[in-house]
Design a protein around this ligand. Structure first.
Ligand SMILES: Nc1ncnc2c1ncn2[C@@H]1O[C@H](COP(=O)(O)OP(=O)(O)OP(=O)(O)O)[C@@H](O)[C@H]1O
Ligand SMILES: Cc1ncc(CO)c(N)n1
Length: 276
């Protein structure tokens, strides 16, 4: 399905905006998002919230951009290029969340995917602790889809989630906050890699065999970017999640083996294999 669709004429290309942090290691954040958009034939733009000095082992430093300048990047993109869908990743601070929420409202961004990034896989904080409440109160209600992992869903709902039943309960609690579609990712549970989507009526499970692979840096960013790309291309939310799940499975399965720690997935896996 990803391969067979024709690319639109350049002037009519689908477009997506990512508002996220830069990962110098190239596996997560803005870099993962733009590679994913490109792989899925969507023109990607970005507003950078923070620059991280990061590799596959950990985060060595964070340089946050002034919130006002994050707003200026969003203005520059949306008043000229526009976006069929947008996503947020690392937002870093209260001030940045507030600007992003204001811009989403100002430009009437409807297809917004919020990946409530809080902590990197290495354990480093990517969102100030005091910003969690603001994220929940100001940004989540503007999202069409949110994509918390187990820890993020637990923090946002004040629970400890360690089972699929727990994921379902958290998805329902988050939907009650006014989020139309909640996708709780089960990448950190044992057994199959199952994500749960709740739309207020139905629970849908998206399951794939767990791949025995330590190279899962940026899987969350990549999945949410793929959902955003498919939404930009006009798919309904459940279809976009199903297609994104296929994409991430292939990308993890062909991980590149880059770095000494938890390395990146292969964002362009469907185009070529390593070495070809
Ligand atoms: N070992 C694995 N095998 C197959 N799928 C996986 C594996 N690990 C994660 N996934 C899938 O990858 C996607 C991202 O899930 P995960 O829970 O890892 O997100 P995350 O913690 O936000 O990632 P990150 O913080 O690295 O960006 C989900 O669809 C999940 O099911
Ligand atoms: C910049 C950035 N955003 C998100 C994540 C979460 O994977 C990360 N490690 N780095």
């Amino acid at each position: 399905m990803i391969e067979n669709e024709r690319v639109r004429e350049r002037s009519g290309m689908y477009k997506a905006l990512t508002i996220a942090g830069s990962d110098s290691g190239g596996g997560a954040g803005i870099q993962a998002d733009l590679k994913t958009f490109a792989a899925l034939k969507v023109y990607g733009t970005c507003a950078i919230t923070a620059v991280t000095a990061q590799n596959t082992v950990g985060v060595e430093g964070i340089f946050e951009l002034p919130a006002e300048f994050v707003g200026r990047q969003i203005d520059a993109v949306l008043k000229d290029i526009g976006a069929d869908a947008a996503k947020t990743g690392m937002l870093s601070s209260v001030a940045i969340i507030e600007v992003v929420a204001a811009k989403v409202q100002e430009y009437g961004v409807k297809k917004l995917v919020v990946d409530p990034v809080m902590v990197a896989k290495s354990g480093d904080y990517l969102l100030a602790k005091e910003a969690r409440r603001v994220l929940k109160e100001k940004l989540l209600p503007l999202a069409l889809v949110i994509t918390p992992n187990l820890d993020e869903a637990g923090t946002l709902t004040g629970r400890n989630i360690d089972s699929e039943e727990g994921m379902v309960e958290a998805a329902k609690a988050l939907h009650d906050l006014g989020v139309p579609y909640v996708l709780v990712k089960g990448g950190h549970l044992s057994g199959a890699a199952t994500d749960i989507l709740y739309d207020g009526r139905e629970i849908r499970r998206f399951t794939a065999p767990r791949l025995d692979n330590r190279h899962t840096h940026g899987t969350g960013c990549t999945l949410s970017a793929a959902i955003t790309a498919f939404l930009a291309r006009g798919l309904a939310v459940a279809e976009a999640v199903a297609a994104a799940k296929e994409y991430i499975q292939l990308a993890i399965g062909r991980a590149l083996g880059v770095g000494r720690g938890c390395g990146p997935v292969h964002h362009l896996a469907s185009y070529y294999s390593w070495g070809e």
